[in-house]
Design a protein around this ligand. Structure first.
Ligand code: NAD
Ligand code: ZN
Length: 364
């Protein structure tokens, strides 16, 4: 098992990464000194796969868990589901020392974390992420929240878990497309922070795609280490944490104009990162060879690297980028790379350059 510490003073916690961690969930919770009553929040896909194992482990460690399942999918990440969870917690007499276990992907993690952050003004919670994306990204760093009709993640909080258990066995049932989408975030960590890690990904991507346990442990642990280091220095995103948004300004806009239907998040940010690399070549001197290495790695990971847009779609995309939260005083700020592993935040990019990259995409 590998351990990665997220250094946040009194709110510090460990991320445990390894095979078969779920049967040990109860013991881990007991060591945290949590109350008897607890709730396992999961979804209708994950609960039948791993719910029993989680509940059995908690019961044998002396806890009294109730299980709460929401319908699988992003459309459940809303205030209605939050309300349903509150009702179930009240029914189960959850109190201040009780805790919530989030068992599932990022949807469950964000929702359950928000429920834990707000019920009784905050009760402890434990993350058991079961998608690659949630293991390397959403379960680490404490951003929790839900969507409104007006937009994604508009209601939320910063609320750190007590511990994160990344059980590699849970990834065995993850659909291929979801797995590859998670790799888009893993590759991002190499680009923004660690050229050596990027080199290793280039070398061992095939092992990762086969979900080799050793390669997975290394990829997840290094990703979590990087996110932990960044979050440890800038928990509430006043500066450095913005590097995690590499490729996300364009990626979020692609998700928005395709009504969150065509592309998974990881797929949209794969295209977004390739475009950000192209902008970086023009503005930060990222060598053309590195732009090509970045494009090639996403492509080998089975992710889309370009998008064909009509002129009206390009206009909609630019408007969607303006709505993204990284816009200040009407100016879109980009995260751009100078080298693989060296990044700059808050970069202004001329409109015609963005349009040039959008036009060129999908025309080769
Ligand atoms: N809080 C953060 O910092 C942060 C960061 C990135 C993303 N997010 C959020 O994360 C969410 C996306 O997370 P996601 O990609 O994990 O999506 P998800 O939670 O919807 O999971 C994807 C699908 O896989 C299924 N699934 C989950 N684990 C499985 C397993 N082990 N085997 C088989 N099927 C499984 C789920 O039921 C779902 O249908 C978005 O809502 C996004 O906003 C949050
Ligand atoms: Zn992302």
């Amino acid at each position: 098992m590998r351990m990665v510490r997220v250094p946040l003073g009194t709110r510090s916690y460990d991320i445990r990464i390894g095979g078969d961690l779920l049967p040990g969930l109860g013991l881990v919770c007991r060591k945290l000194g949590l109350g008897r009553q607890c709730a396992v929040i999961s979804d209708t896909t994950v609960a039948p796969l791993f719910g029993k194992s989680a509940l059995r482990s908690l019961r044998s460690a002396g806890f009294e868990p109730v299980s709460i399942n929401i319908a699988a999918g992003e459309q459940s990440k809303n205030l209605k589901s939050v309300d349903q969870c509150y009702a179930a917690l009240a029914n189960h007499r959850i109190e201040r020392k009780s805790f919530v276990v989030a068992l599932g992907g990022g949807v469950v993690g964000d929702l359950a974390g928000f429920v834990a952050a707000t019920y009784l003004r905050g009760i402890p919670f434990v993350q058991v992420p079961t998608t690659l994306l949630s293991q390397v990204d959403s379960s680490v760093g404490g951003k929790v929240g839900v969507n409104l009709k007006a937009g994604k993640n508009l209601v939320g909080s910063f609320y750190q878990p007590q511990v994160v258990l990344c059980d590699l066995n849970t990834l065995k049932t993850l659909p291929e497309r979801e797995f590859r989408a998670g790799l888009a975030e893993v590759i991002k960590y190499g680009i923004i922070y660690d050229a050596k890690f990027f080199n290793w990904l280039e070398r061992d991507l095939d092992l990762l795609l086969r979900r080799d346990a050793k390669a997975l442990t290394k990829a997840i642990a290094r990703s979590c280490e990087i996110k932990a280091e960044v979050v440890g220095q800038d928990e509430k995103e006043s500066g450095l944490r913005a590097i995690l948004n590499f490729g996300h300004t364009i990626g979020h806009a692609i998700e928005a104009i395709t009504a969150y239907g065509k592309y998974l998040h990881g797929e949209a940010i794969s295209i977004g990162q390739v475009m950000a690399a192209q902008l970086s070549a023009g503005l930060k001197g990222l060598p053309a060879r590195d732009v090509e290495r970045i494009r090639a790695l996403f492509e080998r990971a089975g992710l889309p690297v370009q998008i064909r847009l009509t002129a009206p779609q390009r206009t909609r995309l630019r408007k969607a980028m303006m709505l993204d939260k990284k816009v200040s005083a009407g100016d879109i700020k980009f995260v751009l790379a100078e080298r693989i592993g060296t990044i700059h935040i808050g970069q202004s990019v001329p409109d015609q350059m963005i349009d040039g990259v959008l036009k060129a995409s999908g025309t080769s």
